[in-house]
Design a binder for this molecule. Structure first.
Ligand code: PLP
Ligand code: TYF
Length: 394
């Protein structure tokens, strides 16, 4: 049977991680995979998570199964973190999933169950896993224009023009904040216009939020998703705790549905539970429990929020330093977009050849579409990157 299997396309981001590891050069810079790194290049366990882990070790008395949707306390804490008070809690159904990827996958499963004819609209570009999961599931999807390669901002005129073709019941996938891979994000006015369009088209928004707290702040980064939840009758939301709690390998995420018609919440919840059972029964609990402890213990929450602010500000500082350095070297403001982008990523706008030159001649690793992870830099490597960018003719 196995002889029928075909080679599957590799994940380019993970491939790049491997190439970086194998590069023997001492002076090399990893701007590839989206993992936060501090100035020494480490991805630390956050202080509040460590503290919660210690308490958990001391107090946990059982590792018996939770429920199919995971610990209800986790859902409550995360629904509140993501949605604030934009919608009453009883309009929201939620189930813990293995990471944000698990939530995205289950979200697509939910779409397929509810409306097999739904087409999923995805930003061009988007996180490559969105596309590979949709392909694997045999779901129909269409890109909508999103990024203006001249300004490196959102190409809003074309985004709206493309979304005008959305049909009732179609699903429009949006990034909640810190767009991956471009770093270009919708303004509040643009969110409002998208909501009006989707209402008019009777389409269903699905929001992937994987970087809350990495852009403008915890509440600021949730403004879009909260506006959508407040205005739209139905919403699907996939949230990841990997980045903002620094618990990548614990695989912690939450899939939420919002139905303004509360009488649907029970059925939605049952469907989310059912989907978990079909795929893995009970979702992982360790990371979810840590997140719940951090969010519900005031001292831990305050310390976590403070550390997240340090992380966010360090990335903003690096963005500004890189934009300033490039301004100095090129005598132009054409790289100012780096300081305006938000989150871990910016799409530089370099050609594949230039990305290759940066890797070959300068040991600088960024994804082939010229996405760079700002957190892979530090004060010393910013000038090296800026010089290499200019030398490579970007
Ligand atoms: N969605 C986006 C846009 C991402 O960039 C990521 C990557 O980390 C995820 C979802 C899911 O992350 P994870 O499965 O590690 O929680
Ligand atoms: O885009 C990124 O780099 C992150 C991490 O298959 C990631 O979202 C990369 C590839 C992958 C899963 C997560």
């Amino acid at each position: 049977m196995f002889e029928t299997l075909k080679e599957q396309p590799a994940d380019k981001i993970l491939q790049l991680m491997q190439m970086y590891r194998e590069d023997p050069r001492e002076q090399k810079i990893d701007l590839g995979v989206g993992v936060y790194k501090d100035a020494s290049g480490n991805t630390p366990v956050m202080r509040a998570i460590k503290a919660a882990e210690k308490t958990l070790w001391e107090t946990e008395t059982t590792k018996s199964y939770t429920g199919l949707a995971g610990d209800p306390g986790f859902a409550d804490a995360m629904v509140s973190l993501v949605l604030g008070d934009s919608v009453p809690r009883d309009c929201v159904s939620a189930a813990a999933t293995p990471g944000g990827t698990g939530a995205v996958r289950q979200g697509f499963d939910l779409v397929k169950m509810a409306n097999p004819k739904a087409k999923v609209w995805v930003s061009d570009p988007t996180w490559p896993n969105h596309l590979s999961i949709l392909k694997h599931m045999g779901m129909e999807f269409t890109p909508y224009r999103y990024f203006d390669s001249a300004t490196r901002g959102v190409d809003f005129v074309h985004m709206i023009a493309d979304l005008t073709a959305v049909m009732p019941g179609d699903v429009v996938l949006l990034h909640g904040c810190c767009h991956n891979p471009t770093g270009a994000n919708l303004t509040q006015a643009q969110w409002k216009a998208v909501i009006e369009l989707l209402l008019d088209k009777e389409a269903v928004p699905m929001i992937d939020i994987a970087y809350q707290g990495f852009g403008d702040g915890l509440d600021e980064d949730a403004i879009g998703v909260r506006m959508v939840a407040e205005k739209m009758p139905e919403v699907i939301i996939a949230a990841s705790c990997s980045k903002n709690f620094g618990i990548y390998r614990e695989r912690t995420g939450l899939l939420m549905t919002v139905s303004k018609d509360r009488s649907r919440s029970k059925l939605n919840q049952g469907t989310l539970n059912y989907l978990n059972r079909q795929n893995y029964s009970f979702p992982p609990d360790h990371g979810a429990r840590l997140v719940t402890m951090v969010l519900t213990t005031p001292e831990l929450r305050a310390d976590w929020a403070a550390e997240l602010e340090e992380v966010r500000n360090s990335m903003l500082g690096l963005r500004q330093q890189l934009a300033d350095e490039l301004k100095r070297l090129t005598n132009s403001d054409r790289f100012d977009f780096i300081a305006q982008h938000r989150g871990m990523f910016s799409r530089l706008g370099a050609s594949p050849e230039q990305v290759e030159t940066l890797r070959r001649d300068h040991g600088i690793y960024m994804v082939g579409d010229s996405r760079l992870n700002i957190a892979g830099l530090n004060k010393t490597t910013v000038p090296l990157l800026a010089e290499a960018i200019v030398k490579s003719g970007v």
